[in-house]
Design a binder for this molecule. Structure first.
Ligand code: ZN
Length: 307
């Protein structure tokens, strides 16, 4: 089984409630974990995904109520694209008509682009023949039209060569197509979260992180040994050092700034989101890492109240 590809994407939101409503109701994703930012426990960390919270389906947010707006530019993840059945294009066109929806074609695929309430750039890509793939029935979006994980992400970079070399040498991608200023990289055999598009935009102003922008992009490693092998390759072949490994409870991660200035993470597939609550009730309780459990009362009192 292929274990290369995208693990998760983490972005910055404003209002926690508005973020929760949009992703669980409008887009029909499952909230698979409700926790806090381990490095800033005054803020939530929401994880949305498929029924099981599988790698390749996970979009996460740090909602900071007073976050300043980000600015699009070079050196950032510009767009996150989800897979939908081709037959659901009409359903989603109607559903997202108030989100600034535009329809386009890229690499021969039908793409609907739109923004979330904080301005985050999203897309839905119609894929023929995936109606029978399992889907989360949110009660808001019928299963036959539901999102089936990530299609891929687009990075907007000043130059793309050094980033492309890391995708191919370290993360198991290969170059598969070019269209205009965009080079498409894909992992053979990975249908969910298996595509990264690199768009060369030399001369653009650098992106500024904020509400509506992506904080980092995480790639999959099957386990600690696979992660450490990637760390070794980054140092030996690309002269890049990562952080030490951090325990994120649901995966174990290292981080590094890739040559195009996007923050990359490598996250293990193990142990997964059912490590601290049953699979059937994922996301229903506020979960805290052990080192914060002793401060639960203060943390809960300071977090925004959710309906
Ligand atoms: Zn992450």
């Amino acid at each position: 089984m292929a274990t290369n590809g995208i693990h998760h994407v983490t972005a910055i939101a404003g209002s926690a409630q508005r973020n929760l409503d949009f992703y669980t109701r409008t887009l029909g994703l499952r909230l698979v974990k409700k926790t806090v930012n381990f490095d800033d426990p005054g803020a939530y960390h929401f994880y949305y995904g498929d029924a099981a919270g599988s790698p390749g389906t996970i979009l996460t947010f740090f909602p900071w109520e007073h976050a300043a707006e980000g600015r699009a530019g070079a050196g950032e993840l510009q767009e996150t694209a989800f897979r939908i059945p081709q037959s659901a294009i009409g359903y989603w066109t109607q559903r997202l008509v108030n989100q600034g929806l535009e329809r386009t074609t890229r690499f021969g695929e039908t793409v609907l682009t739109f923004r979330d309430p904080d301005g985050l750039r999203l897309a839905l890509v119609g894929i023929p023949g995936i109606e029978a793939e399992p889907a989360w029935d949110s009660g808001e979006v019928p299963a036959e039209s539901a999102i089936r994980g990530f299609h891929g992400v687009s990075l907007m970079l000043d130059r793309t060569e050094a980033t492309g070399a890391i995708l191919t040498d370290v993360f198991g991608f290969r170059e598969v197509a070019r269209e205009g200023d965009t080079t498409r990289y894909a992992v053979e055999g990975t249908t969910i979260g298996g595509i990264v598009d690199l768009r060369a935009v030399g001369g653009f102003l650098p992106a500024r992180l904020g509400r509506g922008s992506v904080h980092h992009l995480a790639f999959r490693a099957a386990d600690d040994a696979a992660e450490m092998e990637m760390v070794r390759k980054l140092a030996a072949n690309h002269g890049l050092r990562t952080t030490e490994q951090k325990n994120r409870d649901y995966f174990r991660s290292v981080y590094f700034r890739e040559p195009g200035h996007v923050l990359f993470e490598i996250a293990t597939d193990i142990p997964g989101f059912d490590v601290d609550e049953p699979a059937e009730s994922l996301g229903s309780a506020l979960k805290l890492p052990a080192f914060l459990e002793g401060h639960r009362a203060q943390i809960e009192a300071a977090l925004p109240v959710l309906a």
